[in-house]
Write a protein that binds this ligand. Structure first.
Ligand code: SAM
Length: 278
């Protein structure tokens, strides 16, 4: 079974299925990826081969199998304070600016879409606690969503290996906000409670979510087709406060996708705001 071949028809079916389920684009020539990621699922479900797996996918049921396949195919690479600069800009400019503007109603709403295993929302939670103690008395919402139930489970557990905390987390923050438990580090209860985790497929319907001051949607739209990116950016544009900020990953842009956004020149590092109405 390890050397199973993938016919062109099966490849096309799986590529379309992944598009429909989670907007993931499976480019041509990624047979090795399917093989690596689907073999353990085929074995776990005691299926004979890929053909049988596809038969199951075509059936109405098999929700668990379908969820496992999506989870296996998405890329969940992340790290604490990923790319550094966006977090510096948040600390030096964006959060202080929003604190001034929101002093009246003392409310701040941050949504981290595609949170993977939680390093991004917990980096934000640490940043707020460390540098903006006055927010302790504000109504702060920190929402983290992802399509992957497995990743959300990891977020809620807030438990990281030595390797994971070595990636981007400064030692003083590690020692202050994590408790060592054998070879792992567990996040402080206060920080865990500061973040709400919820499942959300960015390519599916979204529940009513209200308005947001900051939306981070980093390193996920790179895997989607332009039409899907357009639809997501259009929805975010309607949910972002007129003085709020959209933050994309280093290789992502709104350019040629949604002209309601402009780059914040003073910040760069993936920061966008809505253009003022013409
Ligand atoms: C590469 S990680 C990025 C994590 C984090 N934002 C960062 O920049 O480090 C991409 C995440 O997007 C999630 N994802 C993929 N497709 C998705 C979809 N259709 N809806 C919501 N999340 C999705 C994956 O489960 C994964 O956790």
């Amino acid at each position: 079974m390890a050397d199973w071949l993938i016919s062109a028809a099966d490849y096309a079916f799986l590529a379309q299925w992944l598009r429909d389920q989670c907007a993931l684009v499976l480019e041509p020539g990624k047979e090795y990826l399917l093989r690596n990621r689907l073999t353990p699922i085929i074995q776990r479900h005691q299926l004979a081969d890929l053909k049988q797996l596809i038969e199951r996918l075509r059936s109405l049921g098999a929700a668990e199998l379908k969820r496992e396949i999506v989870e296996a195919m998405v890329t969940t690479e992340t790290s604490f304070f990923r790319d550094v600069r966006p977090f510096e800009m948040l600390r030096k400019a964006v959060i202080p600016d929003l604190i001034e503007r929101r002093r009246g109603d003392r409310r701040l709403r941050i949504w981290c879409a595609a949170s993977s295993s939680g390093q991004e929302p917990y980096s934000l939670a640490m940043l707020l606690r460390e540098y903006f103690p006055e927010l302790d008395n504000w109504n702060v919402t920190l929402l983290a969503t992802d399509i992957s139930e497995e990743m959300l489970k990891r977020c809620r557990a807030g438990r990281y290996s030595q390797l994971e905390v070595n990636r981007g987390l400064p030692t003083p923050l590690l020692l202050k906000w994590f408790r060592q438990d054998g070879g792992h580090w567990e996040i402080n209860e206060q920080l865990r409670a500061a973040v709400t985790f919820s499942p959300l497929n960015l390519a599916g319907p979204w529940p009513p979510m209200g308005m947001w001051d900051i939306v981070l949607i980093r390193n996920v739209m790179i895997y989607f087709e332009p039409e899907v990116k357009r639809a997501i950016l259009g929805r975010i544009a309607r949910m972002l406060a007129k003085d709020g900020f959209l933050i994309l990953g280093g290789t992502e842009t709104t350019l040629n996708l949604d002209d309601s956004f402009r780059v914040v020149e003073a910040l760069k590092a993936g920061f966008y705001q809505l253009k003022p109405p013409a």
